[in-house]
Write a protein that binds this ligand. Structure first.
Ligand code: GLN
Length: 285
């Protein structure tokens, strides 16, 4: 590993560095070319698009070898670059928050479908982490205001920083909390990506060793947090509103049953891979 990382330093172009980097990364990543491009763009201080469109003949910066080495050691790209794209926005991320996944965009699609030409005025994001869901929603609906809740003070710092950088701070509040505890308001849209991984599940090494366990694991069946959320959601939802809650692909039936017991008529939406990914709960109108 050390050798393949150091072979990209000293005098090679970004183009060649990416090719060599991608070859080395093929052993540990499903997306070696993309990873190498993102690391090279980061080393050059450019967006990936700007690099690909006209800077591939630049010399690869010395720092690329070190970034590549970290990736070869299993660190997620988003923690190395400190950035991750989600929906229409780019978020700062760090090891204290879960890296936003494309699957989670399913919740945003469900919300857009629910409101159609209307717009939610108020949005609640339970377990906001980096702020991904709340900030993506505020970016879609320019008149909406929102509240992001997280138990982790570290996550709240990252989420507030993201709101500032994206120019959304005036419409986004963040506060420490345990799901709906102490929340008196009702919201048109409730978004939530809770921890839902079974405690004994074997996750990819880069997830298990780098991402926060508190954002991933939820008891033996991964259902513990849904059990806590189910009795609370009704009090947070405004009439005509909707809650879009992420689930693991095999949890559709179990999570639907929990919310049915709490008085909802849940429906399920699938992600782009065709797997169950989001439970949708309509508010009473
Ligand atoms: N889908 C995530 C994974 O990569 C889990 C996220 C979660 O628990 N909310 O395992």
């Amino acid at each position: 590993m050390g050798e393949s990382a150091s072979a990209v330093g000293g005098g090679v172009t970004a183009r060649d560095g990416i090719v060599r980097g991608a070859t080395a990364l093929a052993t540990i990543s499903d997306t070696p070319r993309l990873d190498a491009e993102l690391l090279m763009a980061h080393a050059l201080g450019l967006s990936r698009e700007a690099m690909l469109l006209g800077r591939l003949d630049d010399l690869a910066p010395e720092s690329f070898a070190g970034l590549l080495r970290r990736r070869l050691d299993g660190e997620p790209i988003a923690y190395i670059t400190g950035r991750r794209a989600f929906w229409t926005i780019e978020l700062a991320v760090a090891p204290g928050v879960l890296i936003p996944r494309p699957d989670t965009e399913t919740l945003i699609e469900a919300a857009i479908d629910h409101f159609g030409a209307r717009a939610p005025a108020s949005i609640l994001d339970l377990g906001t982490g980096s702020g991904a869901l709340l900030l993506a929603a505020l970016d879609i609906w320019p008149d909406a205001h929102g509240l992001g809740i997280d138990r982790s003070p570290e996550a709240l710092v990252i989420a507030r920083g993201n709101a500032e950088r994206l120019g959304l701070a005036e419409r986004a509040r963040f506060q420490a909390g345990d799901w709906g505890e102490g929340i008196a308001d009702r919201f048109d849209l409730v978004l939530c990506n809770p921890p839902y991984v079974e405690s004994e599940a074997v996750l990819p090494r880069e997830v298990a060793e780098h991402e926060p366990a508190s954002a991933l694991f939820a008891g033996p069946e991964g259902l513990d947090e849904y059990r806590r959320l189910a009795p609370q959601i009704g009090q947070m939802l405004a009439p005509g509103g909707v809650a879009c809650i992420e689930i693991g692909f095999a949890q559709g039936a179990a999570v639907s049953a929990l919310f049915r017991d709490a008085g909802f008529d849940p429906s399920i939406r699938q992600d782009l891979g065709g797997r169950d990914r989001c439970v949708i709960l309509g508010g009473s109108s």
